[in-house]
Design a protein around this ligand. Sequence first.
Ligand SMILES: O=C(O)CCC(=O)C(=O)O
Ligand SMILES: [Fe+2]
Length: 390
Amino acid sequence: MSSDRREVQQETTTTVDGNGSNSHQMASSAIVRATGATTCRRLRINPNNELRPDNYEDLHLDFPNPVYKNLEKYLPPDMLVSNREEKVRFMTDIMHSHLPNGERSRAQRHNDYRNKIVSNYQPLHRELYNLVPILCFVPSFLNAVNDNTEDSFRSIISEASPGVFVFDMLLPSFCEMMLEEIDNFEKWVAETKFKIMRPNTMNKYGAVLDDFGLDTMLDKLMETFIRPISKVFFNDVGGASLDSHHGFVVEYSKDRDVDLGFHVDDSEVTLNVCLGNQFVGGELFFRGTRCEKHVNTATKSDEIFDYCHVPGQAVLHRGRHRHGARATTSGHRVNMLLWCRSSAFRELKKLQKDFSSWCGECSSEKKEEKARTFDAIRKKYVKAVRPPQA
Ligand SMILES: O=C(O)CCC(=O)C(=O)O
Ligand SMILES: [Fe+2]
């Protein structure tokens, strides 16, 4: 079925949910609850903002590294002199104890699953597992991020359509290494008959990069490279406070997934980079950004945008930007995706109803409301100044 027909037939937009992603989402909300229960756990009530948190990313973690970094500010003073392993154990116990039963065992199962993979799978390119910027990125991208100004980002990024940012990002040699690593992983999966979880509810092929050891590298990618850019272009959806991610690859060809239906991502900001190979088709189609309430409202003509993938080139968009991928009609296409989330934005969102800064429909409703108010005032004013009839 072509994605065109799918978009029309399938009138509703699907929210794609990542398998491993839920544990991250849960971890982000757990920190709120954990810090709320500070007194009984001997955590501080107020954060110690003077503290320079330890770096935990080289340790084996049940929750994302940024969660530990944030929670460390609440550790009691006697705990701060402990070594990193003890602090991690203490914080992990707190977070697990605040998860509802079902979630706790889910998180535990997912953790066991990851441990099993990481302790058995032999990586092909170990250099991929620790982000070395000059081995990954094209010089223009590196320079722009080093400068870290809106001007420097604008000099390399083009806004192909409102809210869709495109830029050259990955070196061909890095793409090649990633493709080989994914191949190697898939081979290991086939040989060992290991049952892996697929990236999300809509992809039957592809792999979760976080599950086979690339989580630390992707943390760095988000914190050092994607968050500064998102702070400039997606501040209205928590771009400055991205603190967890779900990283995966999707694969398309005649004998794998062919296309991807119309959906929104479970992310605030999505990075989508094409790794290659030779392929025809596979264009991304965008149809405007919507909040939950308006996700199935009609597309306006200026929201229609199609993008052709180019190996090494990245597309950055809000997770709520409705999109899908057309059929890859020949060859093999592999893309790397990083769904970046902000726990702070998700908490704030629960208290809000108006998302007119990024939802196309909220924005139209607000404009119409303004026009109606203006019209009512104008009518009242005209009536008031009209001279009495003779
Ligand atoms: O195939 C693509 O490039 C799009 C993938 C995507 O949108 C997703 O996995 O959420
Ligand atoms: Fe998507």
